[in-house]
Write a protein that binds this ligand. Structure first.
Ligand SMILES: Nc1ncnc2c1ncn2[C@@H]1O[C@H](COP(=O)(O)OP(=O)(O)OP(=O)(O)O)[C@@H](O)[C@H]1O
Ligand SMILES: [Mg+2]
Length: 501
Protein backbone atom coordinates (compact mmCIF):
# COMPACT_ATOMS: atom_id res chain seq x y z
CA UNK A 1 0.00 0.00 0.00
CA UNK A 2 1.31 3.46 -0.91
CA UNK A 3 1.58 6.25 1.63
CA UNK A 4 0.72 9.82 0.81
CA UNK A 5 1.61 12.73 3.08
CA UNK A 6 -0.39 15.93 2.81
CA UNK A 7 1.32 19.02 4.21
CA UNK A 8 -1.05 21.91 4.69
CA UNK A 9 -1.84 24.19 7.58
CA UNK A 10 -5.54 24.06 6.78
CA UNK A 11 -7.26 21.15 8.46
CA UNK A 12 -10.10 21.35 5.92
CA UNK A 13 -7.75 20.68 3.06
CA UNK A 14 -6.15 17.77 4.89
CA UNK A 15 -9.58 16.33 5.54
CA UNK A 16 -10.83 16.71 1.98
CA UNK A 17 -7.71 15.04 0.61
CA UNK A 18 -8.24 12.14 2.97
CA UNK A 19 -11.86 11.83 1.94
CA UNK A 20 -11.02 12.08 -1.72
CA UNK A 21 -8.01 9.82 -1.93
CA UNK A 22 -7.78 7.36 0.95
CA UNK A 23 -8.64 3.83 -0.17
CA UNK A 24 -7.47 0.25 -0.09
CA UNK A 25 -4.32 1.13 -2.08
CA UNK A 26 -3.50 4.47 -0.52
CA UNK A 27 -2.95 5.52 3.06
CA UNK A 28 -3.31 9.28 3.54
CA UNK A 29 -1.37 11.01 6.35
CA UNK A 30 -1.18 14.69 7.12
CA UNK A 31 1.12 17.25 8.67
CA UNK A 32 0.06 20.76 9.62
CA UNK A 33 3.39 22.45 8.97
CA UNK A 34 6.69 22.06 7.20
CA UNK A 35 8.45 21.57 10.52
CA UNK A 36 6.13 18.75 11.48
CA UNK A 37 6.54 17.13 8.07
CA UNK A 38 10.34 17.17 8.27
CA UNK A 39 10.11 15.22 11.52
CA UNK A 40 7.50 12.82 10.20
CA UNK A 41 9.04 11.89 6.88
CA UNK A 42 11.95 9.70 8.12
CA UNK A 43 9.57 7.69 10.31
CA UNK A 44 6.62 7.53 7.96
CA UNK A 45 8.62 6.95 4.76
CA UNK A 46 5.87 8.24 2.48
CA UNK A 47 5.81 7.42 -1.23
CA UNK A 48 4.49 10.82 -2.21
CA UNK A 49 4.15 14.27 -0.65
CA UNK A 50 1.61 16.90 -1.61
CA UNK A 51 2.30 20.28 -0.06
CA UNK A 52 0.90 23.77 -0.05
CA UNK A 53 3.32 26.51 -1.09
CA UNK A 54 1.80 28.98 1.35
CA UNK A 55 1.97 27.90 4.95
CA UNK A 56 2.53 29.57 8.26
CA UNK A 57 6.02 28.83 9.66
CA UNK A 58 8.41 27.19 7.25
CA UNK A 59 7.35 27.99 3.70
CA UNK A 60 6.45 25.32 1.19
CA UNK A 61 9.53 25.99 -0.91
CA UNK A 62 11.82 25.83 2.11
CA UNK A 63 10.21 22.58 3.19
CA UNK A 64 10.63 21.24 -0.32
CA UNK A 65 14.30 22.18 -0.21
CA UNK A 66 14.76 20.32 3.08
CA UNK A 67 12.96 17.26 1.78
CA UNK A 68 15.08 17.21 -1.37
CA UNK A 69 18.18 17.53 0.81
CA UNK A 70 17.39 14.41 2.73
CA UNK A 71 15.49 12.34 0.20
CA UNK A 72 16.00 13.18 -3.45
CA UNK A 73 13.76 10.38 -4.63
CA UNK A 74 10.59 11.26 -2.78
CA UNK A 75 8.25 12.93 -5.29
CA UNK A 76 6.74 16.17 -4.03
CA UNK A 77 3.78 17.86 -5.66
CA UNK A 78 3.33 21.52 -4.75
CA UNK A 79 -0.07 23.18 -4.54
CA UNK A 80 -0.34 26.82 -5.34
CA UNK A 81 -3.20 29.23 -5.62
CA UNK A 82 -1.04 31.67 -7.45
CA UNK A 83 -0.31 30.51 -10.97
CA UNK A 84 2.73 32.70 -10.97
CA UNK A 85 5.71 31.89 -13.03
CA UNK A 86 7.92 32.52 -10.08
CA UNK A 87 6.56 29.86 -7.73
CA UNK A 88 6.22 27.29 -10.46
CA UNK A 89 9.77 27.83 -11.62
CA UNK A 90 11.19 27.88 -8.11
CA UNK A 91 9.36 24.67 -7.24
CA UNK A 92 10.50 22.86 -10.37
CA UNK A 93 14.00 24.16 -9.89
CA UNK A 94 14.07 22.70 -6.41
CA UNK A 95 13.08 19.39 -7.88
CA UNK A 96 9.33 19.28 -7.28
CA UNK A 97 7.75 16.44 -9.20
CA UNK A 98 5.05 18.78 -10.40
CA UNK A 99 2.76 21.49 -9.19
CA UNK A 100 -0.95 21.92 -9.05
CA UNK A 101 -2.95 25.09 -9.37
CA UNK A 102 -5.85 25.69 -7.02
CA UNK A 103 -8.75 25.22 -7.33
CA UNK A 104 -8.09 21.63 -8.31
CA UNK A 105 -9.41 19.68 -11.16
CA UNK A 106 -10.06 16.40 -9.32
CA UNK A 107 -9.53 13.97 -12.23
CA UNK A 108 -6.28 15.75 -13.05
CA UNK A 109 -5.21 15.59 -9.42
CA UNK A 110 -5.83 11.85 -9.31
CA UNK A 111 -4.00 11.31 -12.56
CA UNK A 112 -1.04 13.31 -11.31
CA UNK A 113 -0.92 11.35 -8.06
CA UNK A 114 -1.04 8.04 -9.94
CA UNK A 115 1.79 9.24 -12.19
CA UNK A 116 3.90 10.38 -9.22
CA UNK A 117 3.43 7.09 -7.41
CA UNK A 118 4.38 5.22 -10.55
CA UNK A 119 7.49 7.38 -10.87
CA UNK A 120 8.33 6.77 -7.20
CA UNK A 121 8.23 3.04 -7.81
CA UNK A 122 10.39 3.32 -10.89
CA UNK A 123 12.95 5.54 -9.21
CA UNK A 124 14.87 2.84 -7.49
CA UNK A 125 18.24 4.06 -8.62
CA UNK A 126 19.82 6.86 -6.65
CA UNK A 127 19.31 10.27 -8.16
CA UNK A 128 21.86 12.95 -7.52
CA UNK A 129 20.56 16.12 -5.95
CA UNK A 130 20.97 19.15 -8.16
CA UNK A 131 23.03 21.92 -6.59
CA UNK A 132 20.76 24.31 -4.78
CA UNK A 133 20.70 27.79 -6.12
CA UNK A 134 20.26 31.06 -4.43
CA UNK A 135 16.81 32.27 -5.19
CA UNK A 136 16.36 35.91 -5.93
CA UNK A 137 13.33 38.01 -6.52
CA UNK A 138 13.96 38.72 -10.15
CA UNK A 139 10.58 39.38 -11.71
CA UNK A 140 10.38 37.35 -14.86
CA UNK A 141 7.39 38.77 -16.59
CA UNK A 142 6.50 35.63 -18.47
CA UNK A 143 2.76 35.57 -18.41
CA UNK A 144 0.63 32.49 -18.96
CA UNK A 145 -1.65 30.11 -17.18
CA UNK A 146 -2.42 27.79 -20.08
CA UNK A 147 -1.28 24.20 -19.69
CA UNK A 148 1.18 24.73 -22.55
CA UNK A 149 2.84 27.62 -20.72
CA UNK A 150 2.83 25.73 -17.43
CA UNK A 151 4.89 23.08 -19.20
CA UNK A 152 7.26 25.78 -20.39
CA UNK A 153 7.67 27.07 -16.82
CA UNK A 154 8.49 23.57 -15.65
CA UNK A 155 11.14 23.22 -18.32
CA UNK A 156 12.63 26.59 -17.43
CA UNK A 157 12.89 25.50 -13.81
CA UNK A 158 14.51 22.21 -14.73
CA UNK A 159 16.91 23.81 -17.18
CA UNK A 160 17.84 26.51 -14.67
CA UNK A 161 18.95 23.81 -12.28
CA UNK A 162 21.13 22.13 -14.89
CA UNK A 163 23.88 22.99 -17.33
CA UNK A 164 22.25 21.30 -20.29
CA UNK A 165 22.21 22.93 -23.68
CA UNK A 166 18.72 24.03 -24.59
CA UNK A 167 17.04 24.60 -27.91
CA UNK A 168 14.07 26.93 -27.77
CA UNK A 169 11.78 26.67 -30.75
CA UNK A 170 8.71 28.64 -31.69
CA UNK A 171 7.26 31.08 -34.14
CA UNK A 172 8.38 34.65 -34.18
CA UNK A 173 7.27 36.62 -31.14
CA UNK A 174 6.42 33.64 -28.94
CA UNK A 175 8.92 34.65 -26.25
CA UNK A 176 12.04 32.65 -27.12
CA UNK A 177 14.44 35.30 -25.91
CA UNK A 178 12.38 35.89 -22.79
CA UNK A 179 12.59 32.19 -21.96
CA UNK A 180 16.34 32.10 -22.61
CA UNK A 181 16.81 35.00 -20.20
CA UNK A 182 14.59 33.31 -17.64
CA UNK A 183 16.66 30.13 -17.74
CA UNK A 184 19.81 32.19 -17.34
CA UNK A 185 18.58 34.41 -14.57
CA UNK A 186 17.45 31.42 -12.53
CA UNK A 187 20.61 29.43 -13.15
CA UNK A 188 23.79 29.15 -11.14
CA UNK A 189 25.40 31.35 -13.80
CA UNK A 190 23.02 34.22 -13.11
CA UNK A 191 25.80 36.44 -11.77
CA UNK A 192 27.97 35.79 -14.82
CA UNK A 193 27.41 37.47 -18.20
CA UNK A 194 24.56 36.75 -20.59
CA UNK A 195 25.30 37.53 -24.21
CA UNK A 196 22.68 37.32 -26.93
CA UNK A 197 23.66 37.15 -30.54
CA UNK A 198 21.33 37.07 -33.48
CA UNK A 199 22.92 34.84 -36.10
CA UNK A 200 20.51 36.07 -38.78
CA UNK A 201 21.34 39.74 -38.26
CA UNK A 202 25.10 39.51 -38.73
CA UNK A 203 26.59 39.12 -42.22
CA UNK A 204 27.95 35.62 -42.79
CA UNK A 205 31.48 36.87 -43.23
CA UNK A 206 31.49 38.54 -39.82
CA UNK A 207 29.57 36.05 -37.69
CA UNK A 208 32.49 33.77 -36.99
CA UNK A 209 34.73 36.59 -35.88
CA UNK A 210 31.88 38.01 -33.82
CA UNK A 211 31.52 34.70 -32.00
CA UNK A 212 35.13 33.55 -31.75
CA UNK A 213 37.09 36.77 -32.21
CA UNK A 214 40.00 37.32 -34.58
CA UNK A 215 43.71 38.05 -34.58
CA UNK A 216 45.17 41.25 -35.90
CA UNK A 217 45.59 41.15 -39.68
CA UNK A 218 43.53 37.98 -40.11
CA UNK A 219 41.44 39.66 -42.79
CA UNK A 220 41.19 43.06 -44.43
CA UNK A 221 39.96 45.48 -41.82
CA UNK A 222 41.15 43.37 -38.89
CA UNK A 223 43.43 46.08 -37.62
CA UNK A 224 43.69 44.70 -34.14
CA UNK A 225 42.96 41.60 -32.13
CA UNK A 226 39.36 41.16 -31.20
CA UNK A 227 37.84 39.03 -28.44
CA UNK A 228 34.69 37.25 -29.53
CA UNK A 229 31.41 36.72 -27.69
CA UNK A 230 32.36 33.27 -26.45
CA UNK A 231 35.42 34.63 -24.69
CA UNK A 232 33.54 37.68 -23.46
CA UNK A 233 31.03 35.58 -21.71
CA UNK A 234 33.35 32.95 -20.28
CA UNK A 235 31.61 31.30 -17.28
CA UNK A 236 28.37 32.84 -18.47
CA UNK A 237 25.61 31.99 -20.91
CA UNK A 238 25.47 32.68 -24.62
CA UNK A 239 22.17 32.90 -26.43
CA UNK A 240 22.51 31.96 -30.09
CA UNK A 241 19.32 33.34 -31.58
CA UNK A 242 18.13 32.24 -35.03
CA UNK A 243 20.72 29.50 -35.05
CA UNK A 244 19.07 28.06 -38.16
CA UNK A 245 20.67 30.92 -40.08
CA UNK A 246 24.21 30.09 -39.04
CA UNK A 247 26.48 29.27 -42.02
CA UNK A 248 27.73 25.69 -42.20
CA UNK A 249 31.37 26.63 -41.71
CA UNK A 250 30.55 28.46 -38.48
CA UNK A 251 28.38 25.55 -37.37
CA UNK A 252 31.44 23.32 -37.47
CA UNK A 253 33.37 25.64 -35.18
CA UNK A 254 30.47 25.98 -32.77
CA UNK A 255 30.09 22.23 -32.60
CA UNK A 256 33.68 21.99 -31.49
CA UNK A 257 33.15 24.65 -28.82
CA UNK A 258 30.17 22.69 -27.54
CA UNK A 259 32.07 19.42 -27.51
CA UNK A 260 35.41 20.48 -26.16
CA UNK A 261 35.06 24.07 -24.98
CA UNK A 262 37.93 25.07 -27.29
CA UNK A 263 38.42 27.11 -30.44
CA UNK A 264 40.93 29.29 -32.25
CA UNK A 265 40.23 32.94 -33.01
CA UNK A 266 39.85 33.67 -36.72
CA UNK A 267 43.35 33.81 -38.21
CA UNK A 268 44.96 32.53 -35.01
CA UNK A 269 46.72 29.36 -33.84
CA UNK A 270 46.37 29.68 -30.12
CA UNK A 271 43.71 27.40 -28.69
CA UNK A 272 41.33 29.25 -26.42
CA UNK A 273 39.42 27.37 -23.75
CA UNK A 274 36.06 28.63 -22.46
CA UNK A 275 33.31 27.46 -20.16
CA UNK A 276 30.09 28.80 -21.62
CA UNK A 277 26.56 27.53 -21.43
CA UNK A 278 24.76 27.62 -24.75
CA UNK A 279 21.09 28.30 -25.23
CA UNK A 280 19.95 28.39 -28.84
CA UNK A 281 16.71 29.41 -30.47
CA UNK A 282 15.16 29.09 -33.87
CA UNK A 283 11.86 29.81 -35.55
CA UNK A 284 12.71 27.50 -38.44
CA UNK A 285 12.12 23.78 -38.36
CA UNK A 286 15.73 22.64 -37.91
CA UNK A 287 14.84 19.06 -38.81
CA UNK A 288 14.05 20.24 -42.32
CA UNK A 289 17.29 22.18 -42.51
CA UNK A 290 19.11 19.01 -41.43
CA UNK A 291 17.32 17.02 -44.12
CA UNK A 292 18.34 19.52 -46.78
CA UNK A 293 21.90 19.59 -45.40
CA UNK A 294 21.70 23.29 -44.55
CA UNK A 295 22.22 22.42 -40.90
CA UNK A 296 24.70 19.95 -39.47
CA UNK A 297 23.00 16.93 -38.02
CA UNK A 298 25.59 16.44 -35.28
CA UNK A 299 25.21 20.06 -34.16
CA UNK A 300 21.45 19.68 -34.19
CA UNK A 301 21.62 16.70 -31.82
CA UNK A 302 24.14 18.48 -29.64
CA UNK A 303 21.82 21.49 -29.30
CA UNK A 304 18.63 19.56 -29.05
CA UNK A 305 19.48 18.01 -25.66
CA UNK A 306 16.49 19.72 -24.07
CA UNK A 307 13.92 21.18 -26.36
CA UNK A 308 11.61 23.97 -25.21
CA UNK A 309 8.83 24.35 -27.76
CA UNK A 310 6.89 27.59 -27.33
CA UNK A 311 3.26 27.37 -28.35
CA UNK A 312 1.89 29.98 -30.74
CA UNK A 313 -0.52 32.40 -29.11
CA UNK A 314 -3.50 31.19 -31.15
CA UNK A 315 -3.12 27.79 -29.49
CA UNK A 316 -3.38 29.26 -26.02
CA UNK A 317 -6.00 31.91 -26.35
CA UNK A 318 -6.91 31.53 -22.70
CA UNK A 319 -3.73 33.47 -21.92
CA UNK A 320 -4.84 36.50 -23.93
CA UNK A 321 -6.81 38.28 -21.15
CA UNK A 322 -3.89 37.79 -18.77
CA UNK A 323 -1.42 39.14 -21.30
CA UNK A 324 -3.66 42.11 -22.03
CA UNK A 325 -3.90 42.89 -18.35
CA UNK A 326 -0.14 42.51 -17.96
CA UNK A 327 0.73 44.77 -20.89
CA UNK A 328 -1.78 47.47 -19.99
CA UNK A 329 -0.37 47.61 -16.48
CA UNK A 330 3.17 47.66 -17.79
CA UNK A 331 2.50 50.50 -20.24
CA UNK A 332 0.75 52.40 -17.47
CA UNK A 333 3.73 52.00 -15.20
CA UNK A 334 6.05 53.16 -17.95
CA UNK A 335 3.99 56.27 -18.63
CA UNK A 336 3.15 56.99 -15.00
CA UNK A 337 -0.59 56.92 -15.70
CA UNK A 338 -3.44 54.70 -14.56
CA UNK A 339 -3.88 51.61 -16.73
CA UNK A 340 -6.43 51.89 -19.51
CA UNK A 341 -9.57 49.81 -19.44
CA UNK A 342 -11.22 48.21 -22.43
CA UNK A 343 -14.69 47.47 -23.64
CA UNK A 344 -15.61 43.77 -23.89
CA UNK A 345 -15.64 44.05 -27.70
CA UNK A 346 -11.95 44.80 -27.65
CA UNK A 347 -11.24 41.71 -25.63
CA UNK A 348 -13.43 39.65 -27.97
CA UNK A 349 -11.52 40.95 -30.98
CA UNK A 350 -8.20 40.25 -29.32
CA UNK A 351 -9.28 36.74 -28.40
CA UNK A 352 -10.55 36.04 -31.92
CA UNK A 353 -7.47 37.21 -33.83
CA UNK A 354 -5.03 34.61 -35.15
CA UNK A 355 -1.89 36.48 -34.00
CA UNK A 356 0.62 35.43 -36.65
CA UNK A 357 3.16 37.61 -34.82
CA UNK A 358 2.23 36.06 -31.47
CA UNK A 359 2.85 37.88 -28.19
CA UNK A 360 4.98 40.55 -29.81
CA UNK A 361 2.12 41.41 -32.17
CA UNK A 362 -0.30 41.55 -29.25
CA UNK A 363 2.07 43.77 -27.30
CA UNK A 364 2.45 46.12 -30.28
CA UNK A 365 -1.29 46.23 -30.97
CA UNK A 366 -1.94 47.19 -27.35
CA UNK A 367 0.82 49.74 -27.29
CA UNK A 368 -0.60 51.35 -30.39
CA UNK A 369 -4.13 51.25 -28.96
CA UNK A 370 -2.93 52.89 -25.75
CA UNK A 371 -1.39 55.70 -27.75
CA UNK A 372 -4.32 56.35 -30.08
CA UNK A 373 -7.12 55.90 -27.53
CA UNK A 374 -8.57 59.25 -26.68
CA UNK A 375 -10.12 58.28 -23.36
CA UNK A 376 -9.34 55.99 -20.49
CA UNK A 377 -10.89 53.03 -22.29
CA UNK A 378 -9.68 51.19 -25.38
CA UNK A 379 -12.29 50.88 -28.11
CA UNK A 380 -12.36 48.61 -31.17
CA UNK A 381 -11.40 51.54 -33.38
CA UNK A 382 -8.15 51.88 -31.43
CA UNK A 383 -7.00 48.45 -32.60
CA UNK A 384 -5.00 47.93 -35.79
CA UNK A 385 -7.26 47.70 -38.88
CA UNK A 386 -6.81 43.95 -39.33
CA UNK A 387 -8.42 43.45 -35.94
CA UNK A 388 -11.01 46.18 -35.79
CA UNK A 389 -12.34 45.35 -39.26
CA UNK A 390 -13.94 42.20 -37.88
CA UNK A 391 -17.74 42.33 -37.46
CA UNK A 392 -18.79 43.66 -34.10
CA UNK A 393 -21.73 43.19 -31.86
CA UNK A 394 -23.41 46.14 -30.13
CA UNK A 395 -20.97 47.78 -27.75
CA UNK A 396 -21.33 46.93 -24.11
CA UNK A 397 -20.31 48.76 -20.99
CA UNK A 398 -16.56 49.26 -20.48
CA UNK A 399 -14.74 46.52 -18.64
CA UNK A 400 -11.56 48.03 -17.27
CA UNK A 401 -9.55 44.88 -17.09
CA UNK A 402 -6.47 46.49 -15.74
CA UNK A 403 -7.91 49.49 -13.99
CA UNK A 404 -10.72 48.84 -11.57
CA UNK A 405 -10.52 52.35 -10.17
CA UNK A 406 -10.99 55.43 -12.30
CA UNK A 407 -7.84 57.44 -12.75
CA UNK A 408 -7.50 60.00 -9.96
CA UNK A 409 -6.07 62.46 -12.44
CA UNK A 410 -9.40 62.75 -14.26
CA UNK A 411 -10.50 66.36 -14.09
CA UNK A 412 -13.73 66.19 -16.06
CA UNK A 413 -16.92 66.19 -13.94
CA UNK A 414 -17.71 62.65 -12.92
CA UNK A 415 -20.05 61.12 -15.44
CA UNK A 416 -22.10 58.17 -14.19
CA UNK A 417 -19.65 55.29 -14.29
CA UNK A 418 -20.75 51.78 -15.23
CA UNK A 419 -20.34 50.74 -11.62
CA UNK A 420 -23.14 53.12 -10.64
CA UNK A 421 -25.31 52.58 -13.66
CA UNK A 422 -25.53 48.95 -14.71
CA UNK A 423 -25.93 48.35 -18.41
CA UNK A 424 -29.45 47.57 -19.58
CA UNK A 425 -30.28 43.88 -19.51
CA UNK A 426 -29.71 42.52 -23.02
CA UNK A 427 -32.50 40.83 -24.91
CA UNK A 428 -33.19 37.12 -24.55
CA UNK A 429 -30.15 34.94 -25.17
CA UNK A 430 -30.98 31.45 -26.49
CA UNK A 431 -27.89 29.83 -24.94
CA UNK A 432 -28.74 31.26 -21.58
CA UNK A 433 -32.38 30.22 -21.92
CA UNK A 434 -31.29 26.64 -22.61
CA UNK A 435 -29.00 26.67 -19.58
CA UNK A 436 -31.70 28.17 -17.39
CA UNK A 437 -34.20 25.57 -18.48
CA UNK A 438 -31.71 22.81 -17.66
CA UNK A 439 -31.00 24.38 -14.31
CA UNK A 440 -34.66 24.79 -13.50
CA UNK A 441 -35.41 21.13 -14.28
CA UNK A 442 -32.44 20.05 -12.23
CA UNK A 443 -33.65 22.16 -9.28
CA UNK A 444 -37.16 20.77 -9.57
CA UNK A 445 -35.91 17.17 -9.72
CA UNK A 446 -33.57 17.72 -6.78
CA UNK A 447 -36.11 19.61 -4.74
CA UNK A 448 -33.80 22.59 -4.59
CA UNK A 449 -36.52 25.03 -3.72
CA UNK A 450 -34.67 28.30 -3.41
CA UNK A 451 -33.16 28.08 -6.85
CA UNK A 452 -33.09 31.77 -7.66
CA UNK A 453 -31.14 32.96 -4.61
CA UNK A 454 -29.04 29.79 -4.79
CA UNK A 455 -27.99 30.52 -8.36
CA UNK A 456 -27.50 34.17 -7.53
CA UNK A 457 -25.18 33.22 -4.68
CA UNK A 458 -23.12 30.92 -6.91
CA UNK A 459 -22.86 33.55 -9.63
CA UNK A 460 -21.67 36.15 -7.14
CA UNK A 461 -19.03 33.73 -5.85
CA UNK A 462 -17.92 32.89 -9.39
CA UNK A 463 -17.58 36.55 -10.33
CA UNK A 464 -15.58 37.28 -7.20
CA UNK A 465 -13.33 34.30 -7.83
CA UNK A 466 -12.77 35.39 -11.39
CA UNK A 467 -11.76 38.87 -10.25
CA UNK A 468 -9.85 37.63 -7.21
CA UNK A 469 -12.25 39.36 -4.88
CA UNK A 470 -12.32 42.72 -6.64
CA UNK A 471 -15.88 43.90 -6.01
CA UNK A 472 -15.87 46.67 -8.61
CA UNK A 473 -14.88 44.28 -11.38
CA UNK A 474 -17.14 41.51 -10.12
CA UNK A 475 -20.14 43.86 -10.05
CA UNK A 476 -19.41 44.84 -13.62
CA UNK A 477 -19.21 41.25 -14.77
CA UNK A 478 -22.55 40.59 -13.13
CA UNK A 479 -24.17 43.76 -14.47
CA UNK A 480 -25.10 45.11 -11.03
CA UNK A 481 -23.88 48.02 -8.99
CA UNK A 482 -21.16 47.61 -6.45
CA UNK A 483 -23.60 48.50 -3.69
CA UNK A 484 -25.93 45.71 -4.81
CA UNK A 485 -23.02 43.30 -4.94
CA UNK A 486 -22.00 44.22 -1.43
CA UNK A 487 -25.55 43.61 -0.21
CA UNK A 488 -25.58 40.18 -1.86
CA UNK A 489 -22.24 39.29 -0.30
CA UNK A 490 -23.66 40.15 3.12
CA UNK A 491 -27.02 38.53 2.53
CA UNK A 492 -25.50 35.26 1.38
CA UNK A 493 -22.74 35.37 3.99
CA UNK A 494 -20.04 34.91 1.32
CA UNK A 495 -16.77 34.56 3.17
CA UNK A 496 -13.44 35.57 1.69
CA UNK A 497 -12.09 32.04 1.91
CA UNK A 498 -14.78 30.87 -0.51
CA UNK A 499 -13.31 33.22 -3.07
CA UNK A 500 -9.60 33.27 -2.53
CA UNK A 501 -8.43 29.70 -2.48
N1 LIG B 1 4.56 34.91 -22.13
C1 LIG B 1 4.89 36.20 -22.25
N2 LIG B 1 4.56 37.06 -21.30
C2 LIG B 1 4.86 38.38 -21.41
N3 LIG B 1 5.50 38.90 -22.45
C3 LIG B 1 5.85 38.09 -23.44
C4 LIG B 1 5.57 36.70 -23.39
N4 LIG B 1 6.04 36.13 -24.52
C5 LIG B 1 6.60 37.12 -25.23
N5 LIG B 1 6.50 38.31 -24.60
C6 LIG B 1 6.95 39.60 -25.10
O1 LIG B 1 6.79 39.58 -26.50
C7 LIG B 1 7.91 40.15 -27.15
C8 LIG B 1 8.58 39.10 -28.02
O2 LIG B 1 9.25 38.15 -27.21
P1 LIG B 1 10.67 37.54 -27.64
O3 LIG B 1 11.54 38.59 -28.22
O4 LIG B 1 11.19 36.78 -26.49
O5 LIG B 1 10.15 36.57 -28.78
P2 LIG B 1 10.97 35.71 -29.82
O6 LIG B 1 10.31 34.38 -29.84
O7 LIG B 1 12.42 35.77 -29.48
O8 LIG B 1 10.65 36.46 -31.16
P3 LIG B 1 11.50 36.48 -32.53
O9 LIG B 1 11.43 35.12 -33.11
O10 LIG B 1 10.72 37.46 -33.34
O11 LIG B 1 12.86 36.92 -32.18
C9 LIG B 1 8.82 40.66 -26.05
O12 LIG B 1 8.55 42.02 -25.84
C10 LIG B 1 8.43 39.85 -24.86
O13 LIG B 1 8.66 40.57 -23.68
MG1 LIG C 1 14.00 36.53 -30.63
Amino acid sequence: MDKLLIIDDEVDIQRSFRRLLAGPDLEVHSAGSGEEAIEMIPLLQPDLVIMDVRMGGMSGLETLRRIRDTDARLPVIMMTAYGTTQTAIEAMKLGAFDYLLKPFDIPKLKELIAGALRAARQMKTVVSVEPLLESDDYELGIVGRSPAMQTVFKLIGQLAASEATALITGESGTGKELVARAIYSHSARAKQPFVAINCAAIPESLLESELLGHEKGSFTGATQQRIGKFEQCNLGTIFLDEIGDMPLATQTKILRVLQSGTFERVGGNETVRVNVRVIAATNKPLEQAVASRAFREDLFYRLNVVRVPLPPLRERREDIPLLVDYFLRRFARESGRAPKGLVPEVLHLLEAHSWPGNVRELENALRRATVVATGETLLPRDLPPELSAQPLRAPLAPTPLASPVPSPSTTTPPAPTPADAPSPIPEGNPDLAALASQLFRWARDHRELKILPAVERELVIEALKETRGNQVQAARLLGITRATLRKRVEKFGIRRDLIIQ
